[in-house]
Design a protein around this ligand. Structure first.
Ligand code: MTE
Length: 322
Protein backbone atom coordinates (compact mmCIF):
# COMPACT_ATOMS: atom_id res chain seq x y z
CA UNK A 1 0.00 0.00 0.00
CA UNK A 2 2.13 2.79 1.19
CA UNK A 3 5.64 1.81 0.71
CA UNK A 4 6.99 3.19 -2.48
CA UNK A 5 4.54 5.76 -3.76
CA UNK A 6 3.02 8.91 -2.37
CA UNK A 7 -0.65 9.69 -3.07
CA UNK A 8 0.28 12.44 -5.53
CA UNK A 9 2.10 9.82 -7.57
CA UNK A 10 -0.85 7.46 -7.79
CA UNK A 11 -2.14 6.86 -11.30
CA UNK A 12 -5.84 7.60 -11.56
CA UNK A 13 -7.76 5.89 -14.39
CA UNK A 14 -9.24 8.36 -16.87
CA UNK A 15 -12.91 8.39 -17.88
CA UNK A 16 -12.06 6.82 -21.24
CA UNK A 17 -10.55 3.82 -19.49
CA UNK A 18 -13.81 3.08 -17.69
CA UNK A 19 -16.15 0.55 -19.22
CA UNK A 20 -19.78 0.74 -18.08
CA UNK A 21 -20.69 -2.19 -15.84
CA UNK A 22 -23.25 -3.74 -18.23
CA UNK A 23 -20.75 -3.79 -21.09
CA UNK A 24 -18.07 -5.10 -18.78
CA UNK A 25 -20.30 -7.81 -17.31
CA UNK A 26 -21.53 -9.02 -20.67
CA UNK A 27 -17.93 -9.20 -21.85
CA UNK A 28 -17.03 -11.17 -18.74
CA UNK A 29 -19.92 -13.59 -19.07
CA UNK A 30 -19.01 -14.06 -22.76
CA UNK A 31 -15.47 -14.92 -21.70
CA UNK A 32 -16.78 -17.25 -19.00
CA UNK A 33 -18.96 -19.05 -21.58
CA UNK A 34 -15.98 -19.36 -23.91
CA UNK A 35 -13.89 -20.78 -21.06
CA UNK A 36 -16.70 -23.16 -20.06
CA UNK A 37 -16.99 -24.37 -23.65
CA UNK A 38 -13.25 -24.89 -23.83
CA UNK A 39 -13.26 -26.85 -20.58
CA UNK A 40 -16.07 -29.11 -21.77
CA UNK A 41 -14.45 -29.57 -25.15
CA UNK A 42 -11.27 -30.53 -23.36
CA UNK A 43 -13.14 -33.29 -21.54
CA UNK A 44 -12.89 -31.64 -18.11
CA UNK A 45 -16.65 -31.75 -17.72
CA UNK A 46 -16.98 -29.06 -15.07
CA UNK A 47 -15.34 -25.79 -14.23
CA UNK A 48 -13.13 -25.64 -11.16
CA UNK A 49 -15.18 -24.52 -8.15
CA UNK A 50 -13.26 -21.30 -7.63
CA UNK A 51 -13.91 -20.22 -11.20
CA UNK A 52 -17.57 -21.18 -10.97
CA UNK A 53 -17.96 -18.81 -8.00
CA UNK A 54 -16.79 -15.77 -9.94
CA UNK A 55 -19.62 -13.59 -11.16
CA UNK A 56 -22.33 -15.58 -9.35
CA UNK A 57 -25.38 -13.43 -8.58
CA UNK A 58 -26.07 -12.66 -4.94
CA UNK A 59 -29.55 -11.23 -4.47
CA UNK A 60 -29.94 -8.67 -1.68
CA UNK A 61 -32.39 -5.92 -0.79
CA UNK A 62 -31.08 -2.35 -0.75
CA UNK A 63 -31.03 -0.93 2.77
CA UNK A 64 -31.83 2.75 2.20
CA UNK A 65 -30.68 3.68 5.69
CA UNK A 66 -27.15 2.71 4.67
CA UNK A 67 -26.97 4.06 1.14
CA UNK A 68 -24.94 7.17 0.44
CA UNK A 69 -26.21 9.31 -2.42
CA UNK A 70 -22.80 9.80 -4.09
CA UNK A 71 -22.33 8.45 -7.60
CA UNK A 72 -21.20 4.83 -7.54
CA UNK A 73 -17.71 3.93 -8.66
CA UNK A 74 -17.62 2.05 -11.98
CA UNK A 75 -17.39 -1.72 -11.50
CA UNK A 76 -14.29 -1.82 -13.65
CA UNK A 77 -12.45 0.67 -11.41
CA UNK A 78 -13.54 -1.04 -8.19
CA UNK A 79 -12.24 -4.37 -9.50
CA UNK A 80 -9.04 -3.27 -11.21
CA UNK A 81 -7.56 -0.72 -8.79
CA UNK A 82 -7.04 -2.73 -5.62
CA UNK A 83 -4.89 -3.27 -2.59
CA UNK A 84 -4.47 -6.97 -1.86
CA UNK A 85 -0.79 -7.49 -1.13
CA UNK A 86 -1.07 -11.26 -1.10
CA UNK A 87 -1.34 -10.90 -4.90
CA UNK A 88 1.24 -8.15 -5.42
CA UNK A 89 1.81 -4.54 -4.46
CA UNK A 90 0.80 -2.83 -7.69
CA UNK A 91 -2.83 -1.64 -7.93
CA UNK A 92 -3.34 -3.80 -11.04
CA UNK A 93 -1.78 -6.95 -9.52
CA UNK A 94 -4.79 -8.33 -7.61
CA UNK A 95 -7.01 -8.34 -10.73
CA UNK A 96 -4.19 -9.98 -12.70
CA UNK A 97 -3.11 -12.55 -10.12
CA UNK A 98 -6.04 -13.39 -7.83
CA UNK A 99 -7.48 -15.97 -10.24
CA UNK A 100 -5.51 -18.58 -8.29
CA UNK A 101 -7.50 -17.93 -5.10
CA UNK A 102 -9.73 -20.93 -4.41
CA UNK A 103 -12.85 -19.57 -2.74
CA UNK A 104 -14.87 -22.76 -2.45
CA UNK A 105 -14.92 -24.71 -0.20
CA UNK A 106 -14.22 -22.03 2.42
CA UNK A 107 -14.68 -21.95 6.17
CA UNK A 108 -14.35 -19.38 8.95
CA UNK A 109 -13.33 -20.44 12.44
CA UNK A 110 -14.94 -18.52 15.29
CA UNK A 111 -12.74 -18.85 18.34
CA UNK A 112 -11.21 -17.34 21.46
CA UNK A 113 -13.37 -15.79 24.16
CA UNK A 114 -16.68 -17.33 23.04
CA UNK A 115 -19.09 -19.69 24.73
CA UNK A 116 -18.06 -22.51 22.36
CA UNK A 117 -15.77 -22.22 19.29
CA UNK A 118 -17.32 -23.28 15.98
CA UNK A 119 -16.70 -23.27 12.24
CA UNK A 120 -19.02 -21.90 9.58
CA UNK A 121 -18.89 -22.84 5.93
CA UNK A 122 -19.74 -20.31 3.27
CA UNK A 123 -23.30 -21.54 2.89
CA UNK A 124 -23.98 -21.20 6.62
CA UNK A 125 -22.30 -17.82 6.67
CA UNK A 126 -24.43 -16.59 3.76
CA UNK A 127 -27.63 -17.74 5.46
CA UNK A 128 -26.84 -16.44 8.94
CA UNK A 129 -28.78 -13.19 8.39
CA UNK A 130 -30.74 -11.59 5.52
CA UNK A 131 -28.40 -10.14 2.90
CA UNK A 132 -28.58 -6.40 2.39
CA UNK A 133 -27.13 -4.12 -0.21
CA UNK A 134 -25.42 -1.09 1.33
CA UNK A 135 -23.79 1.71 -0.58
CA UNK A 136 -20.75 2.79 1.39
CA UNK A 137 -17.91 5.19 0.80
CA UNK A 138 -14.52 3.60 1.41
CA UNK A 139 -11.53 5.93 1.90
CA UNK A 140 -8.02 4.54 1.56
CA UNK A 141 -5.24 5.90 3.76
CA UNK A 142 -3.39 6.66 0.52
CA UNK A 143 -5.82 9.49 -0.28
CA UNK A 144 -8.36 8.00 -2.69
CA UNK A 145 -11.92 6.82 -2.22
CA UNK A 146 -14.64 4.81 -3.92
CA UNK A 147 -18.41 4.34 -3.51
CA UNK A 148 -19.45 0.72 -3.74
CA UNK A 149 -22.71 -1.22 -3.42
CA UNK A 150 -21.61 -3.96 -1.02
CA UNK A 151 -23.68 -7.01 -0.04
CA UNK A 152 -23.70 -8.56 3.41
CA UNK A 153 -25.14 -8.06 6.87
CA UNK A 154 -24.07 -6.40 10.10
CA UNK A 155 -21.21 -8.32 11.71
CA UNK A 156 -23.21 -7.99 14.95
CA UNK A 157 -25.42 -10.91 13.73
CA UNK A 158 -22.40 -13.22 13.74
CA UNK A 159 -21.15 -11.80 17.05
CA UNK A 160 -24.52 -12.58 18.60
CA UNK A 161 -24.27 -16.17 17.37
CA UNK A 162 -20.72 -16.43 18.73
CA UNK A 163 -21.85 -15.51 22.26
CA UNK A 164 -18.63 -13.75 23.36
CA UNK A 165 -17.68 -14.15 27.01
CA UNK A 166 -17.31 -11.17 29.37
CA UNK A 167 -13.55 -11.27 28.65
CA UNK A 168 -13.97 -10.47 24.96
CA UNK A 169 -12.97 -6.84 24.41
CA UNK A 170 -11.65 -6.98 20.84
CA UNK A 171 -12.27 -8.91 17.63
CA UNK A 172 -9.35 -10.06 15.49
CA UNK A 173 -9.69 -10.93 11.80
CA UNK A 174 -7.14 -13.35 10.39
CA UNK A 175 -7.00 -13.76 6.63
CA UNK A 176 -5.83 -16.58 4.36
CA UNK A 177 -2.08 -17.01 3.89
CA UNK A 178 -1.42 -19.81 1.42
CA UNK A 179 1.71 -19.56 -0.69
CA UNK A 180 0.30 -21.96 -3.25
CA UNK A 181 -2.57 -19.59 -4.03
CA UNK A 182 -1.04 -16.23 -3.17
CA UNK A 183 2.17 -15.30 -5.02
CA UNK A 184 2.63 -12.10 -2.97
CA UNK A 185 3.39 -14.09 0.18
CA UNK A 186 6.88 -14.81 -1.09
CA UNK A 187 7.57 -11.10 -0.43
CA UNK A 188 7.97 -10.63 3.32
CA UNK A 189 6.78 -6.99 3.27
CA UNK A 190 4.07 -7.72 5.80
CA UNK A 191 4.11 -10.16 8.65
CA UNK A 192 1.67 -12.67 7.06
CA UNK A 193 -1.12 -13.53 7.53
CA UNK A 194 -2.71 -10.10 7.05
CA UNK A 195 -4.48 -9.35 10.30
CA UNK A 196 -6.83 -6.63 11.46
CA UNK A 197 -8.88 -5.89 14.53
CA UNK A 198 -11.66 -3.82 16.05
CA UNK A 199 -12.80 -3.05 19.55
CA UNK A 200 -15.88 -5.18 20.32
CA UNK A 201 -18.22 -2.17 20.34
CA UNK A 202 -16.86 -1.05 16.94
CA UNK A 203 -17.34 -4.57 15.59
CA UNK A 204 -20.91 -4.54 16.94
CA UNK A 205 -21.77 -1.19 15.35
CA UNK A 206 -24.49 -1.81 12.73
CA UNK A 207 -22.37 -0.14 10.02
CA UNK A 208 -19.67 -2.84 10.28
CA UNK A 209 -20.49 -5.15 7.40
CA UNK A 210 -19.70 -8.85 7.07
CA UNK A 211 -19.35 -8.65 3.31
CA UNK A 212 -19.98 -11.42 0.79
CA UNK A 213 -20.63 -9.51 -2.41
CA UNK A 214 -20.68 -6.27 -4.39
CA UNK A 215 -22.54 -4.96 -7.45
CA UNK A 216 -25.15 -7.74 -7.15
CA UNK A 217 -22.60 -10.57 -7.28
CA UNK A 218 -20.32 -12.55 -4.99
CA UNK A 219 -17.08 -10.71 -4.24
CA UNK A 220 -14.56 -10.87 -7.06
CA UNK A 221 -11.33 -12.52 -5.85
CA UNK A 222 -9.37 -9.27 -6.01
CA UNK A 223 -11.90 -7.61 -3.69
CA UNK A 224 -11.48 -10.19 -0.94
CA UNK A 225 -13.58 -13.21 -1.92
CA UNK A 226 -15.37 -14.98 -0.50
CA UNK A 227 -15.74 -12.97 2.71
CA UNK A 228 -14.27 -9.72 4.02
CA UNK A 229 -15.14 -7.00 6.42
CA UNK A 230 -16.05 -3.42 5.49
CA UNK A 231 -15.65 -0.73 8.14
CA UNK A 232 -16.61 2.42 6.25
CA UNK A 233 -15.56 5.04 8.82
CA UNK A 234 -11.99 3.72 8.99
CA UNK A 235 -9.17 3.79 6.46
CA UNK A 236 -9.52 0.98 3.92
CA UNK A 237 -6.78 -1.21 5.38
CA UNK A 238 -9.02 -2.04 8.36
CA UNK A 239 -11.35 -3.80 5.89
CA UNK A 240 -9.57 -7.19 5.82
CA UNK A 241 -10.08 -9.48 2.82
CA UNK A 242 -10.49 -13.27 2.51
CA UNK A 243 -11.02 -13.90 6.22
CA UNK A 244 -10.51 -17.42 7.65
CA UNK A 245 -10.66 -16.76 11.42
CA UNK A 246 -12.58 -14.40 13.66
CA UNK A 247 -11.10 -14.42 17.13
CA UNK A 248 -12.53 -12.78 20.24
CA UNK A 249 -9.73 -11.60 22.51
CA UNK A 250 -9.05 -9.77 25.77
CA UNK A 251 -6.23 -7.52 24.58
CA UNK A 252 -5.85 -5.22 21.59
CA UNK A 253 -4.72 -7.51 18.76
CA UNK A 254 -1.59 -6.92 16.66
CA UNK A 255 -2.47 -5.78 13.16
CA UNK A 256 -0.49 -6.17 9.93
CA UNK A 257 0.06 -2.48 9.07
CA UNK A 258 0.61 -1.46 12.68
CA UNK A 259 3.34 -4.10 12.97
CA UNK A 260 4.88 -2.80 9.75
CA UNK A 261 4.99 0.88 10.79
CA UNK A 262 3.37 1.64 14.17
CA UNK A 263 4.02 5.38 13.91
CA UNK A 264 2.11 5.52 10.59
CA UNK A 265 -0.80 3.10 11.07
CA UNK A 266 -2.49 3.13 14.44
CA UNK A 267 -4.97 0.58 15.72
CA UNK A 268 -7.99 2.91 15.40
CA UNK A 269 -7.31 4.36 11.95
CA UNK A 270 -10.51 6.37 11.90
CA UNK A 271 -10.78 8.56 8.82
CA UNK A 272 -9.72 11.88 10.30
CA UNK A 273 -8.82 14.88 8.13
CA UNK A 274 -7.34 16.55 11.24
CA UNK A 275 -4.64 13.93 11.78
CA UNK A 276 -2.05 13.83 9.03
CA UNK A 277 -0.26 10.66 8.06
CA UNK A 278 3.39 11.37 8.99
CA UNK A 279 4.23 11.51 5.28
CA UNK A 280 1.17 13.31 3.84
CA UNK A 281 -1.96 15.26 4.67
CA UNK A 282 -5.27 13.43 5.09
CA UNK A 283 -7.36 16.57 4.56
CA UNK A 284 -8.43 15.76 0.99
CA UNK A 285 -9.03 12.81 -1.31
CA UNK A 286 -9.63 11.85 -4.92
CA UNK A 287 -12.69 9.84 -5.94
CA UNK A 288 -11.40 7.11 -8.24
CA UNK A 289 -12.69 7.35 -11.80
CA UNK A 290 -14.36 10.67 -11.15
CA UNK A 291 -11.89 13.24 -9.89
CA UNK A 292 -9.24 13.39 -12.61
CA UNK A 293 -5.67 13.99 -11.63
CA UNK A 294 -5.91 17.75 -12.19
CA UNK A 295 -9.39 18.21 -10.66
CA UNK A 296 -9.45 19.86 -7.24
CA UNK A 297 -9.49 17.17 -4.57
CA UNK A 298 -12.57 16.82 -2.37
CA UNK A 299 -12.47 17.43 1.35
CA UNK A 300 -12.17 14.34 3.49
CA UNK A 301 -14.91 14.15 6.12
CA UNK A 302 -14.45 13.20 9.75
CA UNK A 303 -15.28 9.49 10.13
CA UNK A 304 -15.61 9.49 6.33
CA UNK A 305 -18.99 11.21 6.86
CA UNK A 306 -20.36 8.47 9.17
CA UNK A 307 -20.96 10.74 12.15
CA UNK A 308 -23.17 8.18 13.84
CA UNK A 309 -20.02 6.42 15.09
CA UNK A 310 -18.74 9.50 16.97
CA UNK A 311 -20.21 8.22 20.26
CA UNK A 312 -17.85 5.23 20.16
CA UNK A 313 -14.96 7.61 20.78
CA UNK A 314 -16.38 10.00 23.36
CA UNK A 315 -13.63 11.17 25.70
CA UNK A 316 -10.83 9.67 23.59
CA UNK A 317 -8.02 11.81 22.23
CA UNK A 318 -8.16 10.82 18.55
CA UNK A 319 -4.71 12.30 17.95
CA UNK A 320 -3.19 9.93 20.47
CA UNK A 321 -5.41 7.01 19.46
CA UNK A 322 -5.04 7.56 15.72
N1 MTE B 1 -6.84 -7.45 3.09
C1 MTE B 1 -5.84 -8.31 2.84
N2 MTE B 1 -5.99 -9.60 3.21
N3 MTE B 1 -4.70 -7.93 2.21
C2 MTE B 1 -4.50 -6.62 1.84
O1 MTE B 1 -3.42 -6.29 1.30
N4 MTE B 1 -5.41 -4.34 1.78
C3 MTE B 1 -6.25 -3.40 2.51
C4 MTE B 1 -7.70 -3.88 2.63
N5 MTE B 1 -7.76 -5.29 2.96
C5 MTE B 1 -5.53 -5.67 2.11
C6 MTE B 1 -6.72 -6.15 2.73
C7 MTE B 1 -6.22 -2.05 1.94
S1 MTE B 1 -4.77 -1.19 2.15
C8 MTE B 1 -7.31 -1.48 1.36
S2 MTE B 1 -7.30 0.17 0.90
C9 MTE B 1 -8.52 -2.26 1.05
O2 MTE B 1 -8.38 -3.63 1.40
C10 MTE B 1 -8.79 -2.17 -0.44
O3 MTE B 1 -9.97 -2.83 -0.79
P1 MTE B 1 -10.40 -2.85 -2.32
O4 MTE B 1 -9.23 -3.34 -3.11
O5 MTE B 1 -11.58 -3.79 -2.39
O6 MTE B 1 -10.77 -1.43 -2.67
Amino acid sequence: MLIKIRPDQIEIPTASEITPKDVYLSRRSFMARVAAGAALAGGMGALPQAFAQQGRKLPAKLNNAYAVMDKQTAYKDATSYNNFYEFGTDKADPAKNAGTLKTSPWTIDIEGEVKKPFTLDLDALTKLAPLEERIYRLRCVEGWSMVIPWIGYSLSALIKKAEPTGNAKYVEFVTLADKKQMPGLSDPILNWPYREGLRLDEANHPLTLLTLGMYGEVLPNQNGAPVRIIVPWKYGFKSAKSIVKIRFVKDEPKTAWNLYAPQEYGFYSNVNPGVDHPRWSQATERRIGEDGFFAPKRKTLMFNGYNEVAGLYTGMDLRKFF
